[in-house]
Design a binder for this molecule. Structure first.
Ligand code: PCA
Length: 330
């Protein structure tokens, strides 16, 4: 009798254990990926990254859970590339131009008036994408997608009607190419990351910048400068990329889901950038900034500087640069 009771209990315990184990196994089968991103939650870039993560999760029934750490909260922006390369995290997002000193192809993203509307920017991206993929691959990385920012325009205390008005300013830079631009404008470049823009203005380290209406809004530029001159000199991009080894460890169907979600995110992001430009430019005006179109004189002089920079780039980028340009100009 006592044996029978024992065996019943034993059976129950075995069933309970099996159920617990099963639950534990399916929980550990899900992969969690931490994803550092540089910019805050109000940006179309971050909203799109979050939608990408949600798409991956839905398409894989939760098997791959990408946890987005926005606003450089996990790694500072300049560290994200290395963090993914070394496998500290499997996936990340960054601004392409930051890598300008690693390879000239990333400088192409910040050259004034090479591509200054979304359609030209898309053509430039189509022409340069495979070169970017190759450079990423040589670092053990796989490019997933790239999404543009609104055009980059000037924020200054005083109105600017010619490039002479930019001379001597303390200009914020965010990439090697924007540092070079500042020098050609005879202003002084200082590299400042987005989260530090308000302090840099406050401390007088910078008194002007060239960036999107998005970053003007997120940094509340109206607290420091009054004039927004809408030159839209270039359309830079963020890219999302994975560590190749981490990617290969995923099941084949999960890999496929990631690539499909990435392709969808790229299309969605290019569309979002158009709305982002309109909404954030309006917001600058609504917050008291004087939003003006550039004078013809300013635009012509900036274009001449853009040509100089394009020529410098061509000399640096050599044969692979020439190939991209030939493709772009087709
Ligand atoms: N905002 C980011 C990158 C480009 C942009 O519009 C920045 O200012 O750093």
């Amino acid at each position: 009798m006592s044996i029978k009771i024992k065996s019943n209990n034993g059976l129950l315990t075995t069933v309970v254990t099996a159920v617990t184990l099963l639950a534990a196994t399916s929980a550990t089968a899900a992969t969690k990926w931490d994803m550092p991103t540089p910019y805050g939650d109000g940006y179309h870039q971050t909203i799109n990254v979050r939608a990408f993560a949600a798409d991956v999760k839905a398409a894989t029934d939760g098997e791959l859970d990408i946890v987005v750490h926005s606003g450089a909260s996990l790694f500072k922006h300049p560290e994200i590339h290395r963090a993914v390369r070394t496998g500290q995290v499997p996936i990340g997002e960054m601004f392409m131009g930051v890598l300008g000193n690693d390879d000239p192809v990333f400088k192409l993203d910040n050259i004034p008036f090479l591509a200054s509307d979304f359609s030209q920017a898309k053509d430039l991206w189509d022409a340069s994408r495979s070169a970017v993929e190759d450079v990423m691959a040589s670092n053990g990385l796989q490019l997933l997608y790239a999404v543009p920012w609104p055009g980059q325009s000037f924020y200054t205390k005083d109105p600017i009607s010619s490039i002479a008005d930019l001379k001597g300013l303390k200009m914020r830079a965010y990439s090697p190419t924007t540092s070079r631009l500042a020098v050609l404008l005879e202003s002084t470049p200082t590299t400042v990351q987005v989260p530090e823009i308000p302090q840099a203005f406050g401390a007088g380290i910078i008194n002007a910048m060239i960036t999107s209406p998005s970053t003007g809004v997120s940094s509340q530029a109206w607290d420091f400068v009054r004039h927004y001159t809408d030159v839209q000199a270039w359309i830079p991009k963020n890219m999302v990329f994975v560590n190749n080894k981490a990617f290969k460890r995923l099941d084949a169907d999960v890999q496929k889901a990631v690539l499909a979600a990435a392709s969808k995110a790229e299309t969605r992001g290019w569309e979002m950038a158009v709305e982002e430009t309109r909404i954030k430019t309006e917001s600058l005006g609504a917050n008291g900034m004087v939003v003006v179109q550039p004078s013809a004189e300013l635009q012509t002089a900036l274009k001449a500087i853009g040509s100089t920079m394009a020529a410098e780039w061509a000399a640096e980028a050599g044969a692979s640069g020439a190939k991209i340009m030939a493709e772009y100009q087709k």
